[in-house]
Design a protein around this ligand. Structure first.
Ligand SMILES: [Zn+2]
Length: 306
């Protein structure tokens, strides 16, 4: 049996230090794993560095599709309801709950309380009664709406991400899948270096996209594709999660080997691998333009030379 090494620290993997690394992250419903990629230490380090940012970033779609993770649940997140500006909590399946009761003052001394549960509603009612009775008012509860849940896209969730870490997370998914698919690790050595380097010093070979390939239409599939292209002297990669967000990158800009293609299409709801039946072609010069067009992601050390 061949000895496998951790692709980040080169330690030989054995029964003591090998770890199960997800090819597609657990946070987006990935189940495919390999124990031939990373040692425990590197798995933990990169998990905390990259995977956690990726999980945070993708939580909005993981929540939408009620993704079942192997470890832990998709967390709730806070957002603002667009229609009335109320603070809300978005729970898995995009179930929306009010963070605080919303009080509307109606005509005829009536008050309308909308809250996330009967308990919250009663608490708010008791508070209002106290406040208003003290002032000599008579409180007339005209209407109560309790246990308020809804499922529609009517919220904004402003979150800020370290884009560099996010792009590295995508890069690690590419490295995982490439090595898992028995790609020659020497061909992507610069990517491995990229993953090891500190945040300030990276090559800028990757970017996130404002468009997606969306071969599977509305279905929330993940698409992971790596192409070895002898004519274009490139190994390039494309990742699409939930059919909603894309990442791309150049794994090697001087490739001289044979053409190859590695594909993985995954349904994170049905937990099934789907055969890839489409075409995916990226043009190297277009790819370079995309990467360069991304502010903050372009290399500062001018290492983009071919
Ligand atoms: Zn390692």
């Amino acid at each position: 049996m061949p000895a496998y090494q951790c692709y980040l620290c080169d330690d030989v993997l054995n029964e003591h230090n090998r770890s199960k690394e997800h090819i597609l992250p657990n946070s987006i419903g990935g189940r495919l794993k390999s124990d031939r990629l990373l040692c425990k230490t590197c798995n933990t380090t990169t998990g905390q560095l990259y995977d956690d940012v990726f999980a945070e970033f993708s939580v909005i779609w993981a929540s939408k599709h009620h993704i079942q993770r192997e470890r832990g649940n998709v967390p709730n997140f806070k957002a603002i309801r667009i229609s009335d500006g109320a603070e809300i909590v978005v729970k898995p399946g995009w179930k929306i709950e009010l963070l605080h009761p919303v009080i509307q003052y109606l005509s005829g001394n009536a008050i309308n309380i909308t809250s996330s549960s009967i308990q919250r509603h009663n608490q708010e009612l008791a508070r209002l009664k106290k406040e208003y009775l003290k002032d000599g008012w008579i409180l007339d509860v005209l209407q109560t709406v309790a246990d308020h849940t809804e499922r529609k896209v009517d919220f904004l969730s402003d979150r800020i991400f370290n884009q560099d870490l996010l792009v590295r997370a995508a890069c690690k998914i590419f490295a995982n899948f490439y090595i898992y698919s028995d790609g020659d690790i020497r061909e992507i050595h610069r990517i491995i270096t990229f993953l090891k380097e500190d945040v300030e010093n990276y090559y800028g070979w990757f970017c996130d996209l404002n468009w997606v390939h969306s071969h599977y239409g509305e279905k929330p599939y993940h698409l992971l594709a790596i192409r070895g292209d002898r004519k274009q002297k490139a190994i390039y990669a494309y990742l699409e999660i939930f059919g909603e967000k894309g990442f791309t990158g150049l794994l090697n800009g001087q490739y001289q080997g044979e053409d190859f293609q590695f594909d993985l299409v995954y349904d994170p709801v049905g937990l099934a691998t789907i055969p890839f039946d489409g075409q995916l072609y990226l043009d190297k010069s277009q790819l370079m333009k995309l990467i360069k067009a991304k502010p903050g992601l372009t290399s500062s050390d001018n290492s983009l030379k071919y």
